[in-house]
Structure formats: C-alpha cells, structure tokens
Design a protein around this ligand. Structure first.
Ligand code: NAP
Length: 388
C-alpha cells in the first residue's frame, strides 16, 4: 500500500513541475486518491468489513452443508451398523414401486423387502417383473404382487391405482421411480414428436396421479412415505436433454410443494435427485467412474438410508457433494456454463458428424412459390330454417 501511495505522490510532483496550474489540479486529485487508499481510510475499512462478511458467509455455508451432509449420509450409516431402520413399522406394511423390473426401481423394491415390506411391482415386462418378484419372495420372505402395464398410456394409470386399492393393503411407501430419458442428448426439435409426448407422459403423469391417489390415506393414518425419483437434471436446466430436464423440474416442484402442504401430518415426502447411476437408461451418457456413477444397488443402499433424514437429497454422497459445490460456491452463470459445456460434449459424443446447433427451418424464400389460386365463385350460403 505504501508503495502505491509513494508512487502516486511522486507522479503528482512530476505533473506539477511540468504543467503549472493544470498540474495543481491533477495533484489535488492524486492527493485525494492517496488519502482514500491510506490504511485508515473509510473505503478501506468498508472493503475490509465486506470481505469479513463474505468470509463469514462462506464459512457458515461450509459448516451448514457439512453438518447437513453428515446428518444425511454419515449418521444413518452409523446407525445402520448398530440397528436396522424400522421402515415397515414407521410407514406401513406394503410398498408400491413403479418401474420395478430393472435399475433403480428394482433395487428399491429389493431394499424395501429387505426391511420387511411386502411389495407391489409395476412395469411393462411381465417376465422381468416375475423374476424380481420371485427373487424378493425367496430372499426376503415377504409377499409380492405384480402389475404389468405400460405407463406411457395415460389410461393405464387410473387402472393401476384401482388395482392397487382393490388389493386392500395398507400402502406405506410409494416409490415413484418410473422415468425415461428418451433418445438421449439431442436438439429438442430433432426429437420425434412421439418421443417427446412419451417422455412427458411417463415422467410426469404416473408420479402425479400416484401422489394424488395415495397421499390422502397416508395423511389420514398419520404415517407413510412417498419417494419421488427426479434427477440432478431437475436442479439445473440441461441443454440437449431439454424435455427430460423439464419433466424433472416438474417432479422437483411438485414434490417440494406437496411436502409443504402435508408437513406436520406424519407423511414423509422425499425428492431424490440422482446424478449418473450405472443403469440401462444411462448408457447414452459418458461412462464415469463408480465413484460418480455407482451401480443401482450401491445407489439405492445409500438413498434409502436417507429416508426420514433429508427430504431433498441426491441420495448418494458424491452426487450431493458435486451438486452442493456447484450450486453453493459457483456463481449461477458459471454453473450454467459448466453444465452447457458438459452437455455439448455429451451431444458431440452421441452425434459425431452433426454440429450441436438446432437445425434451422428452411427459409421461406427457398420454398417454391405456391401455385396461383383460382378464384371460385362464392358458394351460396344455405339458409338456416328456424323450427317452430
Ligand atoms: N440412471 C441414471 O443415471 C439416472 C439419473 C438420474 C435420474 N434417474 C431416474 O431414475 C429413474 C429410474 O432410472 P433407471 O436408470 O433405473 O432406469 P431403467 O434402468 O431404464 O429402468 C426403468 C424402469 O422403468 C420401467 N419402465 C420404463 N418405461 C416404462 C413404461 N412406459 N411403463 C412401465 N414401466 C416402464 C422399466 O421396465 P420395463 O422396461 O419392463 O417396463 C424399468 O423397470 C428414472 O425416473 C430416471 O429418470 C436415473
């Protein structure tokens, strides 16, 4: 600082000797600057105070997120070493899991059965569902029921709800897991119309209607849990996965809103936002290490332990660490830039020959001119007869 002030003083003297009156004015200006930058100036004091406030804020954030992380992941893990979480007693005897034939859904069904819950499994593939149901019954000695249905057909959703209710079981846990990413990284307009509709229907409708159907009974009983599987793509907008990302934002908003509506009624409503999990649907992504892309079993073993500890979690420690760092420490503009660059990389891997820019619609000028329209004589308008 002294070096800076000395330099300004020397500069000032030089200017005065060179230009007389004009130099005097510059000298006054430089003197003012020197005063402002001197160690006991008000500006410096304000800057120091602002720095201290920022540092305190960042330290508090660090402490808050560390405590939250320990409470979400470490505490339940430590407790699970000495005692088994009593999920069936706490929430109810039966669970419904959608998309239960493979991946995350299958592992949730197995994990809930391991905790003593009977499970109703919903998916399209009858054989795969039967295989999971048999494995659950043989390994965990609980009851199962299977419902084979395509959830991309909106009419099936109400039928499934009816079937589940007709079983007359106490539904304690609903895992709204079914979801699809569609054709992977793509420009939105390059996607088939059918695929766009299917992603919206499968990702949004069953989850919404299942919450609508099962929450009131849970609230009446004063116990139950709804686990809505969303994605990190629901926390930040992801280019080239626009429709998928938008549906995950919907899940996130719905879950947070109903969690507030039903708070204090004994029902746990949890949003789980996985990063990459090494399942069939994530094959279109760049393969990460098992640290960042755990197996569905490793992911669910971690995520299910967070039930009742955190109502909004990525479910896996490395995904949470990454997202918390991105959202808390990195300015949002930079965060969006990182996500965009990463998505563009994924797009280029998926379409090596195509530039990642939307295909422009053909310009009107390039279209052949429409044929001249022949003017027809106007058809007589039929008279409307009033009936008496
Ligand atoms: N894997 C990831 O990296 C990742 C990351 C973030 C979020 N997620 C979310 O996690 C959830 C599960 O993902 P996953 O990776 O486990 O998926 P997955 O391995 O592809 O499994 C999807 C499950 O849903 C069923 N399913 C798919 N379409 C269906 C339909 N139209 N009707 C009925 N069932 C249908 C599938 O069984 P059938 O084929 O037999 O029907 C399967 O059991 C999804 O909501 C996804 O968005 C996954």
């Amino acid at each position: 600082m002294e070096l800076v002030t000395d330099t300004f003083s020397a500069l000032g003297s030089g200017v005065v000797s060179l230009n007389g009156a004009a130099g005097e004015a510059v000298m006054v200006g430089l003197d003012t600057l020197v005063t402002l930058l001197s160690p006991d100036s008000v500006i410096q004091l304000v800057l120091i105070l602002l720095g201290l406030v920022l540092l305190t804020y960042l330290l508090l954030c660090l402490v808050y997120h560390s405590v939250r992380g320990l409470y979400t992941f470490t505490l339940p893990w430590l407790l699970s070493l000495v005692t088994k979480p009593r999920i069936a007693e706490k929430f109810g005897a039966w669970a419904v899991v959608t998309g239960a034939a493979q991946g995350i859904g299958r592992e949730y069904a197995l994990a809930l059965a391991r905790h003593g819950l009977n499970v109703i499994l919903v998916s399209r593939n009858k054989q795969e569902l039967e295989n999971v149901a048999n494995e659950i019954r043989d390994t965990h000695k609980v009851d199962t029921a299977t419902i084979v249905a395509d959830l991309s057909d909106a009419d099936n959703i109400g039928k499934i709800v009816k079937k589940v209710k007709a079983l007359n079981h106490e539904i304690g846990v609903v895992v709204n897991n079914v979801g699809m990413m569609g054709p992977g990284y793509n420009n939105m307009a390059d996607m088939e119309k059918k695929a766009v509709k299917e992603i919206i229907t499968v990702n949004v409708l069953p989850l919404t209607m299942f919450c609508h159907a099962f929450l009131p009974d849970m609230a009446k009983r004063g116990k139950g849990a709804i686990i809505n599987i969303s994605s990190v793509a629901g926390l930040v907008p992801v280019p080239y996965l626009a429709v998928y990302s938008a549906t995950q934002h919907y899940i996130s908003a719905l879950t947070q809103a109903i969690a507030q509506e039903y708070s204090g009624l004994g029902v746990v409503i949890q949003e789980v936002d996985p990063g990459q999990v090494d399942s069939v649907s994530s094959k279109c992504m760049m393969s990460g290490s098992s640290l960042l892309a755990p197996s569905p079993a490793a992911f669910v073993n971690s995520a299910i332990r967070t039930l009742g500890y955190n109502n909004r979690t990525c479910g896996y420690w490395s995904h949470s660490l990454l997202m918390t760092s991105l959202q808390s420490w990195v300015p949002s503009v930079l965060c969006s830039l990182i996500v965009w660059l990463q998505s563009r990389r994924q797009y280029r891997l998926a379409h090596p020959a195509q530039p990642p820019v939307p295909t422009p619609a053909p310009a009107a000028a390039q279209k052949p001119p429409p044929p001249p329209v022949q003017q027809k004589p106007a058809a007589p308008v039929p008279a409307v007869q009033e009936k008496k």
